[in-house]
Design a protein around this ligand. Structure first.
Ligand code: GCU
Length: 138
């Protein structure tokens, strides 16, 4: 399997801000989604070949309520309402995973909040392809 990491703070952000006030993130920060449905982070993911890919979103949610997002790939919904449950604290980061199909080349992978509270704090996306896409990140 091959993995690539994409920092949320380097992605395209609609209705969200890059922040760094909660420790434990990778890179230079994370995206704080605005507390509104439709806020999103969109990653440009390059895939060497067409096929399935495991997406691991690293996030924190210091509330007790799920902050689900719809995951779309190139404009088509791949996973509806992927769950981002509470992690206990904004400094406690966990991973939410799903598997999607990518085309060869550049893919637009968007994580759009569906609830009125928006998405979680999103740190990064790890994309794993090949060998059953089975390698979970830490
Ligand atoms: C707090 C927290 C933010 C978080 C926000 C939210 O303000 O500090 O990092 O994004 O809650 O509920 O979305």
């Amino acid at each position: 399997a091959a993995s690539a990491e994409y920092e949320a703070e380097n992605a395209t952000i609609s209705k969200g801000v890059v922040e760094s006030n909660h420790a434990g993130y990778s890179g230079t920060g994370f995206v704080n989604y605005d507390n509104v449905a439709g806020s999103y982070v969109e990653f440009t993911v390059n895939s060497a070949q067409a096929g399935s890919a495991r997406l691991d979103f690293r996030f924190a949610n210091g509330t007790g309520a799920n902050r689900p997002v719809d995951v779309t790939v190139n404009g088509t919904t791949a996973t509806s309402n992927l769950a981002f449950p509470g992690t206990g604290d904004w400094t406690n980061w966990q991973v939410a995973a799903t598997t999607v199909n990518l085309k060869a080349g550049a893919n637009k992978v968007r994580a759009a909040a569906t609830g009125a509270e928006g998405g979680p704090n999103l740190d990064k996306l790890t994309v794993t392809t090949g060998s059953g896409d089975s390698t979970p990140p830490t």
